[in-house]
Design a protein around this ligand. Structure first.
Ligand SMILES: [Zn+2]
Length: 258
């Protein structure tokens, strides 16, 4: 029996070896047929023809996206053009505005916004698109006791009524936050055509909400404007953030007029 059973055993071993060789070659062929990019998607399901579907599903998985930061424009009043109002000792509105504008830019960048620091007649103002634009100015140096306080004026919205509405919202936010930060009164009596008909309002895109602010008077409010530009800037930045974040603020009823 030993000699008769030996032959089938050798046959069986050879058969197993050949079978193993066949399957190895087949699996190798299957693996080679996948491209290098598809190897990570290789799976048992892939072997049964669902590899492409599984691969597509991976691609279609929701991926976290970071929305682009909103853009804000800050005009440093009279910068690169003229001195603006001047005091007898040589202090200029331009330098006071610029110290404040730089700090507003820094505050907004700190809050995650893209900020353009713009000159008074900056070429970029033509059709300027932004979530908000604020021009920073200050009023004259005359030491009249009643000339203290700030005021703002919104873009006119001549081409787009939504611009006026949004500009009024921006104005309400800046008025509220600026007054809270600086404790300056609102001084509506000194709002001039220079503000309501501000040149930049005619240059920017009709959809860009915009205001001009006169931060105070260089005469009576000089100590605040010159010695505490960081507080002045904080008031403006807080107002812009109030608007951008749609924080609750008292809004005067729309009148249809700027
Ligand atoms: Zn000015």
């Amino acid at each position: 029996m030993a000699s008769r059973s030996a032959a089938p055993e050798r046959e069986s071993a050879l058969s197993l070896f050949l079978r193993g060789l066949f399957w190895s070659a087949l699996i190798a062929l299957v693996l080679i047929s996948w491209g290098p990019n598809e190897v990570p998607a290789f799976s048992l399901r892939g072997l049964f023809g669902r590899g492409q579907q599984a691969g597509s599903a991976v691609v279609l998985l929701p991926t976290p996206t970071v929305p682009p930061a909103a853009r804000v424009g800050i005009i440093s009043g009279h910068w690169k053009n003229d001195s603006g109002a001047t005091c007898p000792d040589g202090l200029t509105e331009e330098e006071v505005n610029h110290a404040i504008a730089l700090r507003v830019v820094a505050d907004l960048q700190q809050a995650g916004y893209r900020v353009d620091l713009l000159a008074e007649f900056d070429p970029r103002l033509k059709n300027y698109h932004a979530a908000a634009l604020v021009s920073i100015h200050a009023d004259v140096c005359n030491p009249r006791p009643d000339w203290t306080g700030f005021k703002t004026a919104p873009a006119t919205g001549i081409q787009d009524p939504a611009q006026l509405q949004n500009s009024r919202h921006l104005k309400a936010c800046v008025d509220a936050r600026y007054a809270a930060q600086t404790h300056l009164p609102y001084h509506p009596a000194s709002i001039s055509r220079h503000m309501t008909q501000y040149h930049a309002f005619r240059e920017i895109a009709a959809t860009t909400p915009a205001i001009i602010i006169e931060t105070g008077f260089l005469g009576m409010d000089r100590a605040l404007l010159v010695n505490h530009p960081d507080e002045v800037a904080r008031g403006i930045a807080d107002g812009i953030l109030c608007y951008l974040r749609n924080e609750p603020v008292h809004m005067p009823a729309p009148t249809g007029k700027p």
